[in-house]
Design a binder for this molecule. Structure first.
Ligand SMILES: NC(=[NH2+])NCCC[C@H](N)C(=O)O
Ligand SMILES: [Mn+2]
Ligand SMILES: [Mn+2]
Length: 340
């Protein structure tokens, strides 16, 4: 969006939660090493994704289906970066789809997939709303480069690929020409961190990113933590919000079916409250739900993890734990006298 349009919107727009939602499935798992995260969109849909979202008062849900995932293509060789060409091709399609959903004036809800797909969702969002801010809810910071990563898995690198301030720390990445990192790290905040690699910590401190690790959340509570972040990166409360929610931000007891679980995480109640607060700003425009791996754990684990993800989405999209009044009805039903 050009800056004049942004200015016009900021002057005229009173933010209201968007009641229209577009679902995008991304059955992609090449950003990490374990089988299973690619079957999450199907598993979450069959657990009742659309139906449970439709229970939210006044909501309009459109399913855009799954994006095309390339199965093989010309491999490119970049040191310590596995499957880069596939990651790149998937994200290119995804970026276009997210832009389309946002242009349709719907909240873009992307169901992953591993967290490497954050490159496509944020890129697609940025292309529509250049003033967007990004809340990365995760046990991990996902801000490694191929030089600092121990794993070589791209799901630990999406933030570093996205932010312009780190572009000089990358080599030339063949196949990634479509993605120009323009998003500023100044518009990023973290919630839930508890497994941060050394160079990731260095990047967070160098750029003074508001990063609420679990100890900070313990100290301040989830409400003050998210309000602090939102105020730090957008003091006037004018910018569209993108939440990239990695299910491993939740405690491993709440979400066991995930590839890189870390104990001591957010309770589901904290995550719900976080999403309710962000919903309450009226500015939430994109949610990613990633790293659910239905192939890990037993039936109960799978069910608990998917259900936790659905609770997070519902909270972000306006479901109220207080309950809602039936629409158009003003009083309790009276009893009609019985005939016999
Ligand atoms: N999206 C995730 N679950 N990321 C885990 C990343 C773990 C580790 N920091 C790495 O770079 O490999
Ligand atoms: Mn992640
Ligand atoms: Mn993670």
């Amino acid at each position: 969006m050009n800056s004049l349009r942004v200015l016009a919107r900021n002057m005229s727009q009173k933010w209201e939660p968007l009641k229209k939602v577009g679902i995008i499935g991304v059955p992609f798992e090449k950003g990490q090493k374990k089988y299973g995260v690619s079957i999450a969109p199907a598993a979450i849909r069959s657990a009742g994704l659309i139906e449970r979202l439709k229970e939210i008062d006044g909501i309009d849900v459109k399913d855009y289906g799954d994006i095309d995932i390339p199965s093989c293509n010309e491999p490119v060789n970049v040191d310590n970066m596995a499957h880069l060409s596939l990651v790149s091709a998937c994200n290119k399609n995804l970026s276009n789809k997210v832009s389309q959903v946002l242009k349709d004036e719907r909240v873009a809800v992307t169901i992953g997939g591993d967290h490497s797909i954050g490159v496509g969702t944020v890129d697609g969002h940025y292309r529509v709303n250049e003033d967007m801010i990004l809340i990365w809810v995760d046990a991990h910071a996902d801000i490694n480069t191929n030089k600092t990563s121990d794993s070589g898995s791209v799901h630990g690198m999406p933030v570093a690929l996205l932010v312009k301030e780190l572009s000089d720390y990358w080599p030339y990445l063949p196949s990634m020409d479509w993605q120009i990192p323009k998003f500023s790290i100044k518009n990023l905040g973290y919630v839930g961190l508890r497994s941060v690699d050394e160079y990731e910590r260095l990047a967070i401190e160098k750029y003074d990113v508001p990063a609420f690790a679990m100890e900070d959340i313990e100290e301040h509570g989830i409400q003050k933590s998210i309000n602090h972040i939102l105020h730090r990166i957008d003091p006037e409360g004018k910018k569209p919000i993108h939440v990239s929610f990695d299910i491993d931000s939740l405690d491993a007891l709440e979400a066991p079916s995930t590839g890189t679980p870390v104990r001591g995480g957010l309770t589901l109640r904290e995550a719900i409250q976080l999403m309710e607060i962000i919903h309450g700003t009226g500015r939430l425009r994109a949610i990613d739900l990633v790293e659910i791996n239905p192939a890990l754990g037993n039936d109960a684990d799978r069910k608990r993890t998917i259900d936790a993800g659905l609770c997070v989405l519902r909270a972000g999209l306006g479901f109220s734990r207080r309950g809602t009044i039936p629409s158009g009805i003003l009083d309790l039903p009276v009893q009609t006298p019985q005939s016999n």
